[in-house]
Write a protein that binds this ligand. Structure first.
Ligand SMILES: [Zn+2]
Length: 78
C-alpha cells in the first residue's frame, strides 16, 4: 500500500496526480502505481463481467433445453 508523502494516508487509486485526501501533488512513480492499480481493477471487472455474462448465457441455454425437453415430453404424451 502506497502512502501519501504529504499526509501519510493510504493513497486511493486515482488518475489525477494528486492525493485524494490532502490534494498534495504526487510523484510520477506514485502516480504510475495507482494507474496500474486502476488498469488491473478494470481488467478484473471486465473478466468478472464476461464470466457473469457467460454464466447467464449458460443458464439461458439450460433453461431453453429444459423447456424443450418438457415440450417434447408433453408432445409425446399427446
Ligand atoms: Zn495526502
Amino acid at each position: 500500500m502506497k502512502k501519501c508523502p504529504h499526509c501519510d494516508k493510504v493513497l486511493m487509486a486515482s488518475i489525477l496526480p494528486r492525493c485524494s485526501w490532502c490534494g498534495g501533488d504526487l510523484e510520477e512513480h506514485e502516480l504510475r502505481k495507482s494507474r496500474e492499480e486502476i488498469l488491473e481493477r478494470w481488467e478484473k471487472d471486465k473478466k468478472e463481467f464476461e464470466h457473469k455474462k457467460s454464466l447467464e448465457k449458460l443458464g439461458e441455454e439450460t433453461r431453453k433445453a429444459f423447456e424443450k425437453s418438457i415440450s417434447d415430453r408433453t408432445r409425446f404424451l399427446d
